[in-house]
Design a binder for this molecule. Structure first.
Ligand code: KIV
Length: 271
């Protein structure tokens, strides 16, 4: 195991320097203080409090139900844990689509109340006015294109996006617009690797991929998925770096046995 020791806080300008020098950017999701502390200590560059918390933390089928206040609650713990990583909080469904004013108000509320460094939101040209207003207001914004789970009901599922030329060209156009508007980074989710590499070369900001091949400036995965805690989720892009589901179940099984057979607590574990 390697731990990447860093002595100073990550910033959006350091991320740009990493893109320029070809140093890859490592990002993971986190939703709580304990795990975020470990991930931060291991040297991660960015922590994303994703709205995937709706699935991972709350057990919902979709990301749609999670609210601004729930995202703030989770993000506070991650911010307290982050000594090095830049913390990004997802803006949940409905918090930035209604009007530019509401988008800016919610982005500022999230930043003030959670203490996060930046927000992420899904979409391209259609949400550009909101993104421009947020950036003008001083909110660092990360874009998110390709598979955008908040639009699952429009897409009709979680399949590969931008397979045809028209959708690929729209995605490239959207990425350029987000870059020109001043997004500090863009996530590309579940699109062909060749397209992701093309987008990465075409924009000045760092591009972070998930299911978007190796040509991006960095990668992001959902922590519980890459730790092997989520046994049912097996997309092609997911590499499991641990098998914690079986580790946890074994540990809990051993605890149950020890309680049932009265071997826990021992004398040494008693006062
Ligand atoms: O919510 C999330 O976890 C995300 C990542 C998959 C990029 O948006």
């Amino acid at each position: 195991m390697s731990v990447h020791v860093q002595n100073s806080r990550m910033t959006t300008s350091k991320l740009r320097q990493m893109k320029a020098s070809g140093e890859k950017i490592a990002m993971l999701t986190s939703y709580d203080f304990t795990l975020a502390s470990l991930v931060d200590e291991a040297g991660i560059d960015m922590l994303l409090v994703g709205d995937s918390a709706s699935n991972i933390v709350c057990g919902n089928l979709y990301t749609l139900p999670i609210t601004v206040d729930e995202m703030i609650f989770l993000t506070k713990g991650v911010v307290r844990a982050a000594q090095h990583a830049l913390v990004v909080c997802d803006m949940p469904f409905g918090s930035y689509q209604i009007s530019e004013e509401e988008a800016v108000r919610n982005a500022i509320k999230i930043m003030k109340e959670s203490g996060c460094d930046a927000v992420k939101l899904e979409g391209g040209e259609e949400i550009l006015p909101a993104i421009r207003h947020m950036i003008q207001a001083g909110v660092p914004v990360m874009g998110h294109l390709g598979l955008t789970p908040q639009s699952v009901n429009q897409f009709g599922g979680y399949g590969l996006r931008a397979k045809d030329d028209a959708e690929a060209e729209k995605l490239l156009h959207d990425a350029k617009l987000l870059d020109e508007a001043g997004c500090f980074s863009i996530v590309l989710e579940k699109i062909p690797a060749a397209l992701a590499a093309r987008v990465t070369k075409a924009v000045s900001c760092p591009v972070i991929g998930i299911g978007a091949g190796n040509g991006c400036d960095g990668q992001v995965l959902v922590l519980q998925d890459m730790l092997g805690m989520n046994q049912g989720f097996k997309p092609k892009f997911l590499r499991r770096f641990a098998a914690l589901a079986s580790e946890i179940k074994n540990a809990v099984g051993n605890y149950i046995d020890a309680v049932k057979n009265s071997s826990f607590p021992s004398e040494e574990e008693s006062y």
